[in-house]
Design a protein around this ligand. Structure first.
Ligand code: NAD
Ligand code: ISE
Length: 365
């Protein structure tokens, strides 16, 4: 365990304050321990420290100790870099745990946080298989209180919120179809598998359509178009995923993770008497030389920056008053059950039914 003494920020007044009166240090609020200080772990540390209110990062852990140390250095408060995730969870100074490690590590870390009675925000996927998610549900139900929020941030995006409001007000008539596209500029050319296009990327559409339509997905089919020449070796990219909702709404999802030109998430719902689509997210369009154009986001951090802020602020607010909010571990489980079916469909080329039990009363909305 390595303490990293805090730096000086506007929240921490200089020791010799000159003429201006000293600014009182910001109260720590919810004291968060972050496990996994890679891309999104660092981004969440930044937002808790610089953007949100009511929380502070007091501890970090990463299997890459150097990375954890770098993430801890320079934060406004002293941050302890723990040698193990278990030590971080057991730390009495940690009120709540944010899990941003690789998906395969989530189950063990979330279960340890629940066993310690600590609220946990877990990045998607909650766990890589529905069996692992069921073990998490069992532990949370046994604990008798909602302790887990899953990082399905699209539910907090202004575009998806407006789309849901348009569907819920009924003026477009019943939904029939949804067209989605999920394009990443690139993925690492090592370690990112075709299965991960479904378990890591399409999992967002699985969650958002359950939330938009308020119903479960009952079957999945995967189609494999011609492979892009620039796709990393061994990666079947793009894919088309078809999701059937319980009511018969059919969702098609184009997944193209080596699309190069930018990060592009699209969605259009076709209803009986109208359609509703996510608008382009460029702040401005420029017209010049007989052309017009806007900005395509660089990556998910750029596209969903406000949504990540809103989901984590809601988590901090809920933890502060001893309650829970946002996508639950049931939502994490449901997405994993659909992932299992979609992976089976990818392997077999067949339409595959989603198998999941009734939602337990504990997770009733
Ligand atoms: P990353 O590889 O950049 O970072 C992951 C970090 O976790 C690495 O530093 C790694 O060393 C560390 N780690 C791995 N196993 C660990 C363990 N057992 N204990 C402690 N640390 C461990 O990956 P990332 O892109 O930051 O993704 C992390 C998680 O966040 C994944 O589950 C990913 O699916 C999710 N994610 C979510 C979104 C979103 O839009 N909500 C976006 C990106 C990533
Ligand atoms: C990444 O892990 C995310 O969760 C992003 O939101 C998603 O768009 C991307 O495809 C995933 O790789």
């Amino acid at each position: 365990m390595t303490p990293h003494p805090g730096g000086t920020t506007p929240a921490d007044p200089p020791a010799h304050g000159g003429a201006s009166p000293p600014v009182p240090p910001r109260p720590p609020g919810v004291r968060v321990g972050v496990i996994g200080t890679g891309m999104i772990g660092q981004d969440h540390i930044r937002r808790i420290t610089q953007v949100l209110t009511g929380g502070s990062v007091v501890a970090v852990n990463d299997v890459d100790a150097e990375r954890a140390g770098q993430a801890a250095a320079g934060l406004p408060r002293t941050v302890i870099a723990h040698d193990t995730a278990q030590d971080l969870i057991a730390d009495d100074n940690v009120d709540a745990v944010l899990v941003a490690s690789w998906g395969a590590a989530h189950e063990e870390q979330v279960l340890a946080a629940v066993a310690a009675g600590k609220p946990v925000f877990c990045e998607k996927p909650l766990a890589p298989s529905s069996d692992a998610c069921l073990r998490i549900l069992d532990a949370e139900v046994a604990a008798g209180r909602h302790l887990i929020q899953v990082g399905f941030m699209r539910r907090y995006d202004a575009g998806y919120l407006a789309m849901k409001a348009a569907l819920d007000d009924g003026s477009l008539g019943p939904a029939l179809l949804m067209h989605c596209a999920h394009r990443n500029p690139s993925v690492p050319d090592y370690g990112f598998t075709t299965d991960m296009i479904i378990s890591d990327s399409a999992v967002h559409e699985m969650d958002i359509v359950r939330w938009l339509f308020g119903e479960e997905i009952v079957a999945a089919t995967v189609l494999t178009p011609r492979r892009a020449g620039q796709a990393p070796d061994g990666l079947q990219d793009p894919l088309i995923l078809l999701l059937e909702m319980a009511s018969g709404v059919l969702v098609d999802d184009e997944l193209f993770v080596s699309a190069r030109y930018g990060y592009d998430v699209r969605g259009e719902v076709v209803c009986e008497t109208g359609t509703v689509a996510l608008a382009d997210v460029s702040e401005v369009t420029v017209r010049a030389q007989n052309r017009y154009g806007g900005r395509v986001p660089v990556d998910w951090r750029d596209r969903f920056i406000r949504a990540y802020d809103a989901e984590l602020q809601e988590w901090l607010n809920a933890v502060a008053v001893g309650s829970a909010a946002g996508p639950s571990s049931w939502d994490g489980y449901a997405a994993a059950a659909v992932t299992d079916a979609a992976l089976e469909a990818l392997r077999t080329g067949q339409r595959t039914a989603v198998s999941m039990p009734e939602r337990p009363e504990f997770y009733a909305k």
